[in-house]
Design a protein around this ligand. Sequence first.
Ligand SMILES: Cc1cc2nc3c(=O)[nH]c(=O)nc-3n(C[C@H](O)[C@H](O)[C@H](O)COP(=O)(O)OP(=O)(O)OC[C@H]3O[C@@H](n4cnc5c(N)ncnc54)[C@H](O)[C@@H]3O)c2cc1C
Length: 324
Amino acid sequence: MTVSAVMEALGYGCPDTGFAFSVAAHLFASLMPIVEFGSEEQKRRWLPALCSGERIAAHGITEPEAGSDVLNLRTRAERKGDHYVLHGSKCFTTNAPVADVFVVQAATDPGGGFFGLTAFIVEASTHGLSVGPTYDKVGLRGSPMADVHFDGCVVPAVDVLGAEGAGASVFSSSMKWERTCLFAAYLGAMRRVLESTINYAGEREQFGVPIGSFQAVSHRLVDMTLRLESARLMLYKAASGLARGSEDEIAPALAKLAVSEAAVQLGLDAVQLRGALGMLEGEAETLLRDALPSRVFSGTNEIQKNNIARALGLGANRRPARRR
Ligand SMILES: Cc1cc2nc3c(=O)[nH]c(=O)nc-3n(C[C@H](O)[C@H](O)[C@H](O)COP(=O)(O)OP(=O)(O)OC[C@H]3O[C@@H](n4cnc5c(N)ncnc54)[C@H](O)[C@@H]3O)c2cc1C
């Protein structure tokens, strides 16, 4: 609850949602897995500098051929005595251009489904790890992103996070944090833009009166408020579940759906209410550009619906059966 409130405040006070997003990728997809699954030695080694922000972390699971279908990723980790050798590439890795350390998912049992993945903590300076050029994105521009390549990258076995075969559990747990706390930053950004839009509607005059006095305008602002407040309630419900250690997968997925869809719609409405000014560079178009990727990362909204349907006991999307 506290972390969500802090992230909401960061989203409100920091006009660069990309920065808030990078902070969240560092905290919830990289640092929290070490808190929850790390050995005492891994926690001692990494947490102080990651908590202080002295060192930056990135999380790599997505690959060119494995986006939503993460269990079929191709990066291989082969055990050779007391170390593993990693081969493969990650894409869309937030913070990669500035990261000191990566939490990386690789297949230790290709085709092994949920139990075929293993998470590794890999220092950026490790021989065989390289980072590609920084992407040029339409939204979240303050958040640097790049590909990461592993070419015979040797990782000591003590740097396995959790246990061999536990990668998907590490990933699922970090996604619950992301789908809740990361999205709180969007609530803050939406509130900031809603407030400035209400102010604009009170000041901009057409036909001799403020445009906010036209019902079409004021009702749109009420709908924006309704969307924001509903999404906010769902997010804090998910946060309260996380705080109680709930295993519920539905609340974080619903929160992610509600906040991201509300953010896109609120961005569109904020642009529309500014008229031609909405087409110029400014906080309304920035919110819209920053909101679009929120329907994609942390599992696309379509995948959230699949997950929710599965959690509701609806058939076809069951997890593949354990093979061993
Ligand atoms: C801003 C941003 C930051 C990111 N940061 C990271 C990061 O730090 N680390 C990382 O590993 N990844 C990161 N990603 C990648 C992100 O996790 C993936 O983009 C996401 O999982 C979707 O994969 P994809 O882009 O390959 O889309 P695809 O999986 O190819 O999906 C394409 C379309 O098909 C739909 N689709 C696919 N399968 C199904 C299905 N079974 N049912 C219904 N619809 C389906 C999707 O919903 C989507 O609309 C980031 C992405 C963005 C946009």
